[in-house]
Design a binder for this molecule. Structure first.
Ligand code: NAD
Length: 253
């Protein structure tokens, strides 16, 4: 039980990496605030956690809206009395080259992926500090480190997350807050499926990307969740300000 008596917010917990991480945190003893813009899928996450006798509650939030995120944190404190872990994980990917990206698409990507992290940290840090410290984990992407076809807004948003995380780690280390990123490669989630489905030849694209991995496969969500657990627990007590690549060697050649 690595997270016994801890309270964790997981955003984007209605699907993919967020859902698996919410279940992993709950299984390790945390009370989990399951956050998503989609009620139906988030309810399914909560139900699956409660069925195992563990603690979870849903708070519907659009992470791009400051007032929503402020309420998300207030409801967490109201329900559980403290906040120890924030996993800013909700995100979208609009895969386009820059000349085809509209202003609306650029703004939406940056608002959800990067401003969502800003809001989460801004409103979570005060209660974390009141409680003696905390852990922030932000989901970046391997596309913050290397280029890939047609990912203009997405890669910019993820690069911003790494810089912001480093800054938070620096500014709040003396308040006993650690902040780190995870930079996943391709993970088998609905987001990845939607991306490949939108390609002209999904099978060819899957093969193109799979072949770029020395391990010749994509990640399972649990392989990201286990790293999130490591970063959320005392096992990583001297790690802060880092972007941990979890990408099967994608960027080593
Ligand atoms: P997913 O699409 O399966 O899940 C994302 C969740 O975020 C969904 O439940 C969605 O409803 C929610 N969401 C979207 N907009 C939101 C908003 N405005 N407010 C609150 N919730 C919102 O995707 P995933 O693959 O699990 O991705 C999770 C994170 O991992 C994202 O930040 C993504 O960029 C990142 N990532 C994914 C991959 C991959 O290959 N799947 C690779 C690298 C990074």
């Amino acid at each position: 039980m690595k997270l016994k008596n801890k309270v964790a917010i997981v955003t984007g917990a209605g699907s993919g990496i967020g859902r698996t991480t919410a279940r992993t945190f709950a299984a390790e003893g945390a009370s989990v605030v399951v956050v998503d813009i989609e009620k139906k899928t988030a309810d399914e996450t909560v139900d699956s956690i409660r069925k195992r006798g563990q603690n979870a509650v849903f708070v519907r939030t659009d992470v791009s809206k400051g007032s929503d995120v402020e309420t998300m944190v207030a409801q967490t404190i109201q329900k559980y009395g403290r906040l120890d872990i924030l996993f800013n994980n909700a995100g979208i990917d609009i895969a386009k080259p820059i000349v085809e990206t509209t202003e609306e698409e650029w703004d939406r990507t940056l608002d959800i992926n990067l401003k969502g992290v800003f809001w989460g940290c801004k409103f979570s840090l005060p209660p974390m500090m009141d409680g003696g410290g905390g852990i922030i984990i932000n989901t970046a992407s391997i596309l913050a480190h290397v280029a890939s076809p047609n990912q203009a807004a997405y890669s910019a948003s993820k690069g911003g997350i790494i810089a912001l995380t480093r800054q938070i780690a620096y500014d709040y280390a003396s308040d006993n807050v650690r902040a780190n990123c995870i930079s996943p490669g391709d993970v088998l989630t609905p987001m990845a499926k939607n991306f490949f489905d939108s390609c002209e030849d999904p099978e060819e694209r899957m093969k193109f990307f799979t072949d770029r991995y020395p391990m010749k496969r994509f990640a399972e969500p649990s392989e990201i969740a286990r790293v999130a657990l490591f970063l959320a627990s005392d096992d990583s007590s001297f790690i802060t300000g880092q972007a941990i690549k979890v990408e099967g060697g994608f960027s080593i050649w």
